[in-house]
Each structure stands twice: as C-alpha cells, then as structure tokens.
Design a protein around this ligand. Structure first.
Ligand code: PGA
Length: 248
C-alpha cells in the first residue's frame, strides 16, 4: 500500500509574512491529515519554512537545483546548499523549467543524479504538451522523459524518486485531466517501470499535477495508480491545501 503524498509547489510566490501565515495555517490542520505533506517554497524562504516546520510532520522541498557541485555558476543553487537547511525533497523537471528555461531530458536526468547523490528525494515531473496529446503522443513523450532518467541513474534509483505526472495543458489553466486520462497515463508509467522491475514499479509514488483543487482531488487520488498530488495554485491557501491533503 503506497502512502498518499501531497506536495505544494508555491512557484515564485512568497514573502516572509506569507510563508509564516501559510505554514502556520497548514500546521494547524495537520493532526487530521494522514498523507505525507511537503511544501516547496522559493529558495530564500527554505530556512524560514524549515524552522517553522521543525518538530512537525510537514516536510520541506526546494523547487529546483543545479546539476553541478560548487563553483563558478552564478545564480545557481546546489544540492548541498539545499540540504544545509534540512530540506529533503526537490522538484526536478517541472514543465515551467523545461519550457521557459530550456531544460532538456538530459539536464533533468543530471539534476536527478545530483539530487540522489546528496540524499535528496527528487519529485520528477513529466508530462505532455496539448499538441502532443492531440497528436496521440502522450505515452511516447512521457516514456522518453522517464527513459532519459533511467538511462542516467538506473531503474534502482526509482526506489528514491517520486514521479509527478503533470499534463502541461492542465497546469495553471483550470482544465484538469479527467480521472481516466490521468489514471491511464499513471498506469502507463507504472507499466513502463514494471518492464524493468516489478517491485520498484509497485513502490514508486506517482502524483498527479495540473489544476488539482479541493473539489477534484478526491476523485483523482482515488484512482488506483494516482498516489497523491503536486499542487500549484491551490497550495497557496492553507484551507484549500489541507482539504486536498485529506483527500487521500
Ligand atoms: P497548478 O500547478 O496546480 O496551479 O495547475 C501544478 C504545478 O505546476 O505543479
């Protein structure tokens, strides 16, 4: 039985006051939550978030990392720095990074490697563009994204990876994938891993992301191969986020 995991991706939204209000709000409802809950604030707020969440079940993740170790990489943040704040998760390969910042499947795979080498759990995002879905290429796109990571770090590494299937057309649009669309792709991802190793495929958490909200979360997370959610917009309101956390 896989534990439900709900992760909040705050994207580029935060202030000291907001971090305080949001985390305190989430913490106030955590006693009725069975899911593993992770919030991912922007880098400058990781320290504040970590301090607020100490001695609670709430876990903290970063939104990105450099594939490189220390050195002349202006503006970059490496895995060791993230770990320095007691952070244990990192989002890798979000579609906004892939499309806006040109992160290829190979760069994403390098970032997964860097995270794993530093004992950070990558939340590996995969998903197709609308045109790719309409052309019937969803499975081919997702397979290519996953296979690039398998090629770099091996299938064993998926013991320590959380996958998030995020159809790009559903992110921030209010157009959520139907439970069937999501479940079909989640099952496809699990089958792809089954071809390598059944136990790893059965154990890997696969979260859904893309316009998940308190009203649709239960039906999505109720699907056999959907193990939770990666939540953007709805993670910015403690009340809504907690309702999603209780949906599992
Ligand atoms: P959304 O974002 O919930 O606002 O659609 C999800 C994500 O980008 O992870």
């Amino acid at each position: 039985m896989r534990q439900t995991i709900v992760a909040g991706n705050w994207k580029m939204n935060a202030s000291k006051e907001m971090v305080n209000t949001l985390i305190m709000g989430v913490l106030s409802g955590m006693d009725t939550v069975k899911a593993r809950v992770i919030v991912c604030p922007p880098f400058p707020y990781l320290s504040q978030a970590e301090a607020l969440a100490t001695h609670s079940q709430l876990q903290i993740g970063a939104q990105n990392l450099s594939p490189n170790a220390a050195g002349a990489f202006t503006g970059e943040v490496n895995a060791e720095m993230i770990k320095d704040f007691g952070v244990t998760y990192v989002i890798v390969g979000h579609s906004e990074r892939r499309t806006l910042y040109g992160e290829s499947d190979e760069i994403v795979a390098e970032k997964v490697r860097a995270a794993l080498e530093n004992d950070l759990t990558p939340l590996l995002c995969v998903g197709e563009l609308l045109a790719q879905r309409e052309a019937g290429n969803t499975e081919a796109v997702v397979a290519q994204q996953i296979n690039a990571v398998i090629k770099r770090v091996g299938v064993e590494a998926f013991k320590n990876i959380i996958i998030a299937y995020e159809p790009v057309w559903a992110i921030g649009t209010g157009v959520v994938a139907t439970p069937k669309q999501a479940q079909d792709t989640h099952a496809f991802i699990r089958n792809l891993l089954t071809e390598h190793d059944t136990n790893i495929a059965q154990g890997v958490p696969i979260l859904y992301g893309g316009s998940m909200n308190p009203d649709n979360a239960q039906e999505l997370i109720g699907c056999e191969d959907i193990d939770g959610g990666l939540v953007g917009g709805a993670s910015l309101k403690a009340h809504d986020f907690l309702r999603i956390c209780r949906a599992g």
